[in-house]
Design a protein. Structure first.
Lengths: 289, 328
C-alpha cells in the first residue's frame, strides 16, 4: 500500500474528530455545569442534521452558513428544555435523569423517523467532491471546512467562558454551586443558559456533520455513544479534553477502518471506552476530583 | 412482599393467576402472543429490577445477556442438536461469566452510576459488533432455528400453548424468586447498598459481594429469557438482539411499574405491551404507515412516568385499590 494513504486516513480522522469533538463539547459543558447527563445528545445532533438538510434542499443554504441559525434555534430549545423539564431533575438520582433523557431521545428518534422516513437524507454540495492537494496528501474540501468551522465555534466558546462575565459566572456555578448561590448568581438561569449553549454546540456540530455524513434516524444512539466515548476518554467537564478526545476517536476509528474493517471500527472505540473507564476514569485531560 | 399483600390483595393475585392459567381456553392466537410478550417482559424486567431496583446498579446493557443466552442455546441446538433444557445451563454460564467480568471491573475499579451504565453499554455494543463478524454464528445475516420440527415440546419445538405456559411459569417464578429474595438477608443488604453504600459498608456489609450477586443473578435470569425468546422467535440477528434499544425496551416495564418493587415489572408489562399493541393496531386501522408511533409513545410514557410518578405505577395502584398493608 502507498504510505501516503496512512497519512490521508489520519488527516481525515483528525478532521472528522474535530467535528465530533464540537458535538462532544456540548455534552461536556452540560455535564460539567448542570451535572445532568444528556442521554439525548446524539438524537439532538441528528435533528440538527435534518435541519441542515431541510435548509439546503428548500432554500439551497450551505450547512456552513445554516449552522448559525440552527445553533440559535437549538440554543432556545435547550434553554426552554432546562427551564421547563430538566431543572426539576437537577440533583435527583442519576437513573431518574437518565430515564427522562432516554425517553426524550426515543421521542426525537421516532419523531424524525415519522417526519423524514428511514431513508438517508444527504446534502449534495456543489464542492462535495473537491479536494486540496497538500504535498502528496489529498484532503477533502468539505471535511476541512467542517473541521475549521468546528474549531472556530469551539474557540468562540473558550473565549466566552474565559472572558465574559456570564461565562465566568457559569464557571463559578460549576466550581462551587453553594458559593455561586451565596454571591447572588441566578443559578437557574445560568443552568438554562448552559444547557442552551450545550445544545447550540450540538446544532452547529449537527449541521457540519450533515456535510460529511447522511442524516438517518438510527444514527441518534450512535452519536450519543460517540459523544460519551469522546467526553469520557477526554475527561468529563474538560473543554480541551473533548476536542482531544474527538481527534483521538476520529483517528483511531479511521485507522481501524483501514487496518481491520470499516464495520468493526467502533469496536475499537468501545474497547477504548472500557479501558479508560477502568484505568483512568477521570479521562486523559480530566483532573481527579 | 407477597406477604405484604393484605387478604384482598392475595385473593386478587390468585384470581388473576387462575384467569391467566385458564386464558388459553378462550384466547385466540393473537391474544396469546400478546400475553406471551407481556410475560416475557415481566420476566426480564424482573431480572433487571433485581439489579437496579434492589441493588441500585444501573445497567443499560442487559440486551447483552439476552443475546448471549439466545445465541449460546441456539448454536448448541443447531450445531450439536443439544436441546434448550441442557443448553440453558451453558447459556447461563456464559452470560454470568460476562456479568462477572463487567461487575468485577465496575465494582473493583469504583465505576459508579452513569459510568457503570456506560460500561454495560460498551460491553453490549462491543459484543453486538463482534457477533456481526462471527461467521460461525451467522454473522450479520442472522441465525435461524428450523421451524418444521413441531411437536417436540421437550426441545421447545412446539406451538403457542407451550410457549404460553413456559412464559407464564418464568414470569411467575421470577415474581416468587424476587419476593423471596427481598425477604432474605441478601435482599436487605441490596437495599442498604442502594440507599447508602458508605453506610452499608460501615455496617459490615460486604458491598462488593452484594453487588456481585445482584449482577450474577440478574444476568443468569436474563440469559434464560434470551433462550426463551430465541426459541420463540426462531431467529437471531446481532443488530436486533444486542441493540441498545433492546436494553432500553427491557427496562421500561420495571420503571413504569415501579423500581424496586416486587410487582412493578409485572404491572408495567401489563400496561405497556397492550398499549403498544393498541397503538400499532390503531395506526394500521387508520391506514397510516407510521413505523415510529409505538416507540414514540413508549418514550413519552417514560418521560411522563419519571416526571409525574418517579416511584412507578404499582405503589400508587396498591394504595388506590388498598391491596397492601400500611407500608410506606
Amino acid at each position: 500500500m502507498n504510505p501516503t494513504i496512512y497519512l490521508e486516513v489520519v488527516v481525515q480522522g483528525v478532521l472528522t474528530g474535530l467535528v465530533y469533538g464540537l458535538m462532544a463539547l456540548g455534552l461536556s459543558v452540560i455535564f460539567g455545569v448542570v451535572r445532568v447527563v444528556n442521554f439525548a445528545h446524539g438524537e439532538f445532533t441528528v435533528a440538527a442534521m435534518y435541519a441542515a438538510f431541510l435548509l439546503f434542499t428548500l432554500f439551497g443554504i450551505d450547512p456552513l452558513i445554516a449552522m448559525a441559525p440552527i445553533a440559535l434555534v437549538f440554543f432556545v430549545v435547550g434553554y426552554a428544555l432546562q427551564r421547563t423539564l430538566v431543572h426539576r431533575f437537577v440533583g435527583r438520582a442519576e437513573h431518574e435523569q437518565f430515564i427522562l433523557l432516554v425517553g426524550l431521545a426515543i421521542v426525537i428518534v421516532n419523531g424524525t423517523l415519522l417526519i423524514f422516513g428511514a431513508d438517508a437524507r444527504p446534502v449534495r454540495l456543489p464542492y462535495g467532491f473537491d479536494s486540496f492537494l497538500v504535498g502528496p496528501v489529498i484532503v477533502d474540501k468539505v471535511r476541512l471546512y467542517a473541521a475549521g468551522a468546528a474549531l472556530a465555534v469551539a474557540a468562540a466558546l473558550f473565549l466566552f467562558f474565559r472572558f465574559t462575565r456570564t461565562g465566568t459566572a457559569i464557571r463559578a456555578c460549576a466550581d462551587n454551586l453553594v458559593g455561586a448561590a451565596v454571591v447572588g448568581l441566578d443559578v437557574r438561569k445560568l443552568y438554562a443558559l448552559t444547557f442552551g449553549i450545550g445544545l447550540a454546540c450540538v446544532g452547529a456540530a449537527g449541521a457540519l456533520i450533515e456535510t460529511i455524513a447522511d442524516a438517518k434516524p438510527e444514527l441518534g444512539p450512535v452519536y450519543t455513544l460517540i459523544a460519551f466515548i469522546i467526553v469520557i476518554v477526554g475527561g468529563l467537564g474538560s473543554m480541551t479534553g473533548a476536542l482531544v478526545g474527538g481527534v483521538l476517536i476520529g483517528v483511531s476509528e479511521a485507522l481501524a477502518g483501514l487496518f481491520i474493517a470499516p464495520s468493526m471500527k467502533s469496536m475499537v472505540s468501545f474497547a477504548l471506552l472500557i479501558a479508560v473507564l477502568v484505568l483512568r476514569p477521570q479521562g486523559i485531560m480530566g483532573r481527579r476530583t | 412482599m407477597i406477604r405484604s399483600l393484605n387478604p384482598r390483595g392475595r385473593v386478587l393475585l390468585i384470581v388473576l393467576l387462575a384467569l391467566l392459567v385458564a386464558a388459553p381456553l378462550v384466547a385466540d392466537r393473537y391474544l396469546m402472543s400478546v400475553l406471551i410478550l407481556i410475560f416475557y417482559f415481566a420476566f426480564v424486567g424482573q431480572a433487571w429490577n433485581l439489579m437496579m431496583g434492589f441493588a441500585g446498579q444501573l445497567s443499560l446493557g442487559h440486551a447483552l445477556y439476552v443475546g448471549l443466552g439466545g445465541y449460546v442455546s441456539a448454536l448448541l441446538w443447531i450445531k450439536f442438536g443439544i436441546g434448550p433444557w441442557l443448553g440453558v445451563f451453558a447459556a447461563v454460564a456464559v452470560a454470568t461469566a460476562f456479568g462477572a467480568v463487567i461487575g468485577w471491573l465496575g465494582f473493583r475499579f469504583g465505576i459508579e452510576g452513569v459510568y457503570f451504565a456506560l460500561l454495560t453499554i460498551a460491553f453490549a455494543e462491543f459484543t453486538r459488533i463482534a457477533f456481526d463478524h462471527i461467521d460461525y454464528a451467522g454473522a450479520a445475516g442472522g441465525l435461524f432455528l428450523r421451524v418444521e420440527e413441531q411437536g417436540r415440546w421437550w426441545d421447545l419445538r412446539g406451538g403457542p400453548l407451550l410457549f404460553y405456559y413456559l412464559a407464564l411459569a418464568l414470569a411467575g417464578g421470577a415474581l416468587a424468586l424476587t419476593a423471596w429474595l427481598a425477604r432474605t438477608r441478601l435482599g436487605y443488604q441490596w437495599l442498604a447498598v442502594r440507599e447508602d453504600e458508605q453506610a452499608a459498608r460501615s455496617l459490615g456489609i460486604d458491598v462488593f459481594r452484594a453487588k456481585m450477586t445482584a449482577v450474577l443473578i440478574s444476568s443468569a435470569m436474563t440469559a434464560v429469557g434470551g433462550v426463551f425468546i430465541a426459541f420463540y422467535n426462531n431467529n437471531l440477528f446481532p443488530s436486533r438482539v444486542f441493540d441498545i434499544n433492546r436494553s432500553i425496551e427491557l427496562i421500561l416495564a420495571p420503571v413504569v411499574g415501579g423500581l424496586g418493587t416486587v410487582f412493578g415489572p409485572v404491572v408495567g408489562a401489563f400496561i405497556l405491551t397492550p398499549l403498544g399493541e393498541v397503538l400499532t393496531a390503531l395506526t394500521e386501522h387508520l391506514g397510516i404507515n407510521a413505523p415510529g408511533v409505538k416507540a414514540m409513545f413508549y418514550g413519552l410514557a417514560l418521560m411522563a412516568i419519571i416526571v409525574l410518578k418517579p416511584t412507578g405505577v404499582w405503589p400508587w395502584l396498591a394504595r388506590m385499590l388498598r391491596l397492601t398493608e400500611c407500608r410506606p
